[in-house]
Design a protein around this ligand. Structure first.
Ligand code: PMP
Length: 351
């Protein structure tokens, strides 16, 4: 046996392309088209580089407190990490140690199966229905954990609080993760259920609604047992995940509620216009509760549209698999100008 036989064999998660060029329209990674709050710019500009000689606060305490204040909860209920990907990866490691399979929808965030394989966690996918809806009744089955992205990606569909309550009622013996990366764009958060269900954890990010994907700030909200398990998992792996600049920048973002609300409103208004225009062109798409839409056209193949858009320097997300979504495009809501360009380009393709 060679040492090569002992290397990890895993198909990693594949993120949207980051083309190495300027002057293209990037609608493929659900980033926010607007910059972060001016208070974030100021916090970074005023950052004293000398502070970098020290390790950051291990639990990002100032940010933990600012998040807790923003949500009207106690900072002991907040756990922060390097983007919600880091927080979710730690959730999988910390919570899913049963022999029973963790369950999540067949069409959802494609990182979930990767973490399961990475950690050797058994998993089973539960099919969404023909309209891509997740139905809570399908989660009344034996499992070692439940993961629901709400709103879901890449389908853009959000479910209400009763849906999450039903999932929790059916699963008192499992940890239920509510991945709320897109919730600020019109979804329904499970936060009000935290007081009733100790097995619920809510995971959020600054990457989307706070325009801070580059800062890698994610967090979880939950009760003592789950937050303690997360802290133990983190401190067994990487004690200082958030850097000093990110902690300051994150606090500055939370201090500007008005900017946050305006940005989200702008994205939602553009989403409404984009949805309508796409439907007029014959695209079929569900109402989105996120900062992207998930569209299909009966007459034109998604892959062909995707390639045409790339030739015009517009990048949207096309998934070759799973098969069920291989004729769909996931299109991030950009600025009004980017959206006009996208619409005009699609119109010239379809005509
Ligand atoms: N959850 C979902 C459903 C996502 O789409 C993403 C973005 N790729 C994430 C979590 C992770 O985002 P981040 O690590 O930037 O917080």
């Amino acid at each position: 046996m060679s040492w090569k036989d002992h290397l990890i064999k895993i198909a990693p998660y594949v993120a949207g392309e980051q083309p190495d060029k300027k002057d293209f329209v990037k609608l493929n990674a659900n980033e926010n088209p607007y910059p972060p709050s001016p208070l974030v710019t100021k916090a970074i500009r005023d950052f004293d580089a000398e502070d970098l000689k020290r390790y950051p606060s291990a639990d990002a305490v100032p940010l933990m407190k600012a998040i807790a204040d923003d949500l009207g909860t106690d900072s002991s209920r907040i756990f922060t990490g390097n983007g919600s990907d880091d927080v979710l990866a730690l959730c999988f490691r910390a919570f899913f140690n049963s022999d029973k399979p963790v369950i999540f929808p067949d069409i959802t965030y494609s990182f979930y199966p990767v973490w399961c394989r990475m950690y050797g966690i058994p998993f089973k996918t539960v099919p969404v229905d023909e309209d891509f809806n997740i139905n809570a009744a399908d989660y009344a089955r034996e499992n070692g954990g439940v993961v629901i992205a709400n709103p879901n990606a890449p389908t853009s569909i959000g479910r209400d609080l009763d849906f999450m309550r039903q999932i929790l009622e059916e699963n008192p013996d499992s940890v239920v993760i509510s991945d709320e990366a897109y919730v600020d764009f019109g979804g329904h958060t499970a936060l009000p259920l935290l007081g009733e269900y100790e097995n619920l954890i809510v995971v959020r990010t600054f990457s989307k609604s706070r325009s801070m994907a580059g800062s890698r700030i994610g967090f979880a909200v939950g009760g003592d047992a789950l937050i303690s398990a997360l802290r133990a998992a983190k401190d067994s792996y990487n004690s200082y995940p958030l850097d000093s600049v990110a902690i300051k920048a994150g606090c500055a973002s939370l201090a500007d509620k008005a900017y946050f609300e305006q940005t989200v409103e702008k994205v939602i208004a553009t989403r409404t216009r984009l949805t309508q225009k796409l439907r007029e062109m014959g695209f079929v798409l569900p109402d989105s509760s996120t900062n992207f839409v998930f569209a299909h056209h009966d007459k034109y193949r998604a892959e062909d549209i995707y390639k045409y858009l790339v030739s015009k320097d517009i990048y949207v997300r096309y998934f070759r698999s799973p098969e069920r979504i291989s004729d769909h495009l996931r299109i991030t809501v950009g600025t009004d100008e980017q959206t006009d360009l996208l619409i005009n380009t699609l119109e010239s393709y379809i005509k």
